[in-house]
Design a protein around this ligand. Structure first.
Ligand SMILES: NC(=O)c1ccc[n+]([C@@H]2O[C@H](COP(=O)([O-])OP(=O)(O)OC[C@H]3O[C@@H](n4cnc5c(N)ncnc54)[C@H](O)[C@@H]3O)[C@@H](O)[C@H]2O)c1
Length: 445
């Protein structure tokens, strides 16, 4: 008993010693730490008994922590918002609903807003006309087979509630409900219309019948885009609308020239026989942005050659004359003709005449560069003189061209420059992969 109690006593003593040691250690450490804090404070606040200052220090410490936390929170919020925006864009892209900034169009009420069909509206002239009609607040339907036109010419309207693009060949009938039809569908430059002469004839004859038939069915007014080519190689100069023309009916240009002459004949036959409300515009050479860069026509050829420092090529001796109108002037004329009561053919062109040689020099000077001007053999059936008499348009439409040759050329040259850059870029981007057979293509698509 005595032995057990002695051992117990030892254990109790050892336990008490441990407690004392722990307590002593705690006291020393806590005091040291408090002392250290006290020192820091005393360094900051010399008078330790100044309670308000001490409190403000505590508040200061607390507020700086809170401030840091607030900053972190704001930063996180900003990042969340950015991610949210990105997510919404991705979602919109996925749903093909990228919000688009359309040019601002006028608001027209139901009574004044027309539904207008533009055949060939994805082409050079057509796309400018579409821009004008859209800006005026009308509903525009473009029907085009994209033979010489491009979706790119009208893509800025794609998705607009007033706009519709229909892939359609006008050689086939088209059933729509419209108030007006601008019938422009037809290749317009010699290389294009000579590529498939039979198709050119079908477009200008069967296609025109289809449009006149549609106009008759729905009671729409129809404007036919005819051409100065109906005068052929003219014996009268300048050409007025009363001149019947000098056309070779079996030459390489006949598919276009005679096609347009038949289109005019059809128009007046539908007017007389069926009471269709027709307008006929005889359009002279037109130029401007969105014209075809490689259509072999004088303006595009010369600009392209000058921009690339190639020789500027004149076919023949360069003494043949042309007059060129800027595209916005033509659009003014087309719109004025459509809204007028004048039903006879009307010339729309710029009467300021230049020789081809003069054009070459003007364009070379505007572009600059080192191109030489050279002469090549003359082209078959190339008209020697072309200049519109526009007194009819002046009298009945109060229309005449406003844009000078230099102003129009400057705008067109800058368009060609941009297009050339784009072409170079896209060619640079293309990674040319050698395809051995169709399996390669399928695999690499
Ligand atoms: N640009 C000029 O200098 C000029 C001069 C005289 C007359 N024109 C006439 O003006 C109109 C427009 O000429 P442009 O210079 O804009 O030519 P363009 O080649 O740029 O435009 C013609 C449009 O018609 C489309 N088209 C052709 N055949 C078609 C078919 N069968 N069905 C549907 N669409 C078809 C083409 O894809 C193109 O979009 C043409 O009728 C042309 O004869 C133009």
């Amino acid at each position: 008993m005595m032995l057990v109690s002695q051992r117990k006593m030892k254990q109790i003593g050892f336990f008490a010693l441990c407690i004392l040691l722990v307590f002593g250690f705690y006291e020393t450490v806590v005091k040291m730490e408090n002392g250290r804090r006290g020192n820091i404070r005393s360094r900051l606040i010399p008078n330790n008994e100044d309670r308000p200052l001490q409190e403000s220090l505590e508040n200061y410490e607390d507020s700086s922590i809170v401030k840091n936390q607030v900053n972190d929170l704001a930063e996180a919020n900003k990042k969340i918002q950015q991610l949210d925006e990105k997510l919404r864009n991705i979602e919109a892209k996925v749903n093909n609903r990228i919000p688009k900034n359309f040019p601002t169009v006028k608001f027209l009420n139901y009574k004044n807003r027309k539904r207008i069909l533009v055949t060939g509206g994805a082409g050079f002239v057509g796309s400018h006309l579409v821009d004008r009609l859209m800006l005026e607040g009308h509903e525009v339907i473009v029907a085009d087979n994209f033979f010489t036109g491009r979706k790119r010419n009208v893509e800025h309207w794609d998705g607009h509630e007033n706009f519709e693009l229909v892939h359609h060949d006008i050689v086939r009938p088209l059933y729509l409900e419209v108030d007006e039809i601008y019938h422009l569908a037809s290749p317009a430059s010699p290389p294009h219309y000579m590529l498939n002469p039979v198709k050119t004839l079908k477009t200008n004859t069967i296609g025109t019948i289809n449009m006149l038939g549609l106009a008759k069915r729905v009671g729409a007014r129809v404007l036919i885009a005819s051409t100065s080519e109906v005068y052929g190689d003219p014996m009268e100069h300048p050409q007025s609308e009363t001149y019947w023309g000098h056309v070779n009916p079996i030459g390489p240009r006949a598919c276009y020239d005679e096609g347009k002459r038949v289109a005019e004949t059809l128009s007046y036959s539908y007017m007389r026989q069926e009471g269709v409300d027709v307008r006929v515009a005889r359009i002279f050479n037109t130029f401007g942005p969105r014209m075809h860069m490689n259509d072999g026509r004088v303006v595009s050829n010369f600009i392209l050659q000058a921009l690339q420092n190639d020789s500027i090529t004149i076919y023949g001796n360069g003494k043949q004359t042309r007059s060129f109108q800027y595209v916005s002037d033509l659009v003014d004329g087309l719109v004025a003709l459509m809204s007028s009561n004048y039903t006879q053919p009307i010339n729309l062109g710029n009467p300021v005449e230049h020789t081809i040689e003069e054009f070459a020099i003007i364009i070379k000077n505007l572009v600059g560069g080192t191109s030489k001007i050279i002469e090549l053999a003359a082209v078959e059936d190339d008209p020697q003189r072309r200049r519109p008499n526009i007194s009819r348009a002046k009298r009945f439409l109060n229309w005449e061209p406003k844009v000078s040759l230099t102003e129009g050329l400057t705008k067109t040259i800058s368009y060609f420059e941009k297009e050339l850059k784009k072409t170079k870029h896209s060619q640079g981007d293309v990674v040319r992969i050698p395809y051995v057979n169709d399996h390669d293509i399928v695999e690499q698509l």
